[in-house]
Design a protein around this ligand. Structure first.
Ligand SMILES: CC(C)(COP(=O)(O)OP(=O)(O)OC[C@H]1O[C@@H](n2cnc3c(N)ncnc32)[C@H](O)[C@@H]1OP(=O)(O)O)[C@@H](O)C(=O)NCCC(=O)NCCS
Length: 168
């Protein structure tokens, strides 16, 4: 799966499901994320993905073979530029998570990852993505709103809960 991204550098990224050998590249990607991007993705203010928390996150993404979790990487050569994932929670719903490296945000990588995840999810019979985002996360809100699918949002105590309908 190769994709050309308008105006982006690099011009071609490969999108594929994570593999065992990706551990080092995923670790390096997590190390490069700014605290603000980490907070937006994980909704935890003081989380740092260096050290043991980063090791645990690499294990969650790469190490454990959890059949209900699908993790897709956006690869620029051997470097990871973005990670999208969903966790099949059954009853046709899956929890969605996306993160793109700071210097590569706003270049279409998040949208391309979401499209891959939608396809994989629909193939598994998943009919909606759900998740949480922080108040004022304009990037995530714009990405979901622009997906061309019905989007429901509900303001909760810790942020905004969303449901992106893939198939009615
Ligand atoms: C949210 C995120 C995954 C989007 O990925 P991205 O590669 O930056 O987004 P894209 O370039 O594909 O943009 C897709 C759409 O998102 C919106 N968007 C992205 N960045 C934006 C920004 N800074 N301001 C406003 N809208 C933005 C736009 O609507 C854009 O569509 P358009 O280019 O047609 O206008 C990425 O910004 C990110 O990693 N953010 C931090 C982590 C996070 O918030 N994760 C989501 C919670 S699960």
């Amino acid at each position: 799966m190769s994709t050309s991204l308008d105006g982006a550098r690099p011009a071609f990224l490969l999108f594929r499901v994570v593999q065992d050998g990706d551990r080092g590249a995923v670790r390096a990607f997590l190390d490069r994320l700014s605290p603000s991007t980490v907070e937006k993705r994980y909704l935890q203010r003081s989380l740092r993905l260096t050290g043991p928390a980063g090791d645990r996150e690499v294990n969650r993404l790469v190490g454990r073979h959890e059949p209900r979790r699908v993790v897709v990487l956006a690869l620029d050569g051997t470097d990871v530029r973005g990670i999208g994932e969903f966790f099949d929670e059954s009853l046709g719903r899956a929890d969605l998570g996306l993160v793109v490296e700071d210097g590569y945000q706003g270049r279409g990588i998040g949208r391309a990852l979401l499209r891959r995840l939608e396809k994989l999810a629909l193939n598994r019979g998943i009919r909606a993505f759900t998740g949480d985002m922080a108040y004022g996360n304009v990037g995530a809100a714009g990405l979901l709103r622009g997906a061309g699918r019905p989007l429901q949002t509900r303001v909760g105590s810790g942020g905004v809960q969303f449901t992106l309908v893939l198939q009615a």
